[in-house]
Design a protein around this ligand. Structure first.
Ligand code: BTN
Length: 246
């Protein structure tokens, strides 16, 4: 994984660059990485804090032979890989907030933005973009309450290339398991074990409204199963959904 690397001192966004490369035919497992982004993008049209010299910005091009409906699991696979990488390199054990935030003390350490080009029958490519707040000492005021970095959490600096290598190694391991095996139960149980929402009361905010229930865990499609007070189990699909604690 990541044996073909496209590195930039500065780029608009590693996701945009990876999509352009994928459109031009770049192979599966190509890694795009940058020291800084001029237009780092988050989910829901937000921007992503991307100054030079501090954090990790990378995007993987994948061409898995799976149905598009299964692709949202790739984001969860990436979340697991980042969590493991952080644990082994920084000695911190963050949790995953479904679907794809890595969180420490309630603040975000990493965000993942997955974008795909697909038809009904198959996937052309998926770009999994990963932003990890590594050595940044101070965030802009607007995000200070929500964001943190490994440095702010541990007081220690991390060599970014080591963390990238650890994340890629873990990603390769989970990705192989995801695409080769019909049975995803091990992956699902590892994810659920590391998911902060599991077993907790949550509020689900959808464009159409809000409801409360108890998060049970994810299923094989990466959907969050939420048990309603009357026992009905709803399948929550990531996207325009926000999960909050109560
Ligand atoms: C989120 O909103 O939580 C997702 C943030 C994803 C940020 C990463 S940084 C590398 C890649 N390039 C981008 O422009 N975004 C992703």
């Amino acid at each position: 994984f990541g044996r073909i690397v496209d590195f930039h001192e500065s780029i608009d966004s590693t996701n945009l660059r990876a999509r352009r490369l994928a459109e031009e035919g770049a192979g599966s497992e190509t890694l795009v990485a940058a020291d800084a982004q001029e237009a780092g993008r988050g989910r829901r049209g937000r921007s992503w804090v991307s100054p030079p010299g501090k954090n990790i910005f990378m995007s993987l091009i994948l061409r898995p032979d799976i149905l598009p409906a299964k692709a949202s699991m790739l984001t969860l696979v990436a979340a697991l890989a980042v969590r493991d990488g952080i644990e082994s390199v920084a000695g911190l054990s963050p949790v995953i907030k479904w679907p794809n935030d890595i969180v420490s003390n309630g603040k975000k350490l990493c965000g993942i933005l997955t974008e795909m080009s697909a038809e009904l029958e198959g996937i052309h490519y998926v770009v999994v973009g990963i932003g990890i707040n590594v050595n940044l000492e101070e965030f802009p005021l607007e995000v200070r309450d929500m964001a943190t970095s490994l440095f702010l959490e541990t007081g220690g600096k991390v060599v970014r290339s080591q963390l990238i290598a650890a994340v890629l190694e873990a990603f390769e391991h989970y990705y192989e398991e995801f695409i080769s095996q019909g049975d995803l139960s091990r992956l699902i149980s590892v994810y659920n074990k590391n998911m902060v929402n599991a077993g907790k009361e949550v509020r689900i905010l959808e464009p159409s409204g809000e409801y409360k229930g108890r998060a049970l865990g994810i299923n094989e499609k990466g959907e969050l199963l939420v048990e309603m007070p009357d026992g009905e189990v709803r399948h929550v699909i990531s996207g325009e959904v926000s999960v909050r604690g109560i």
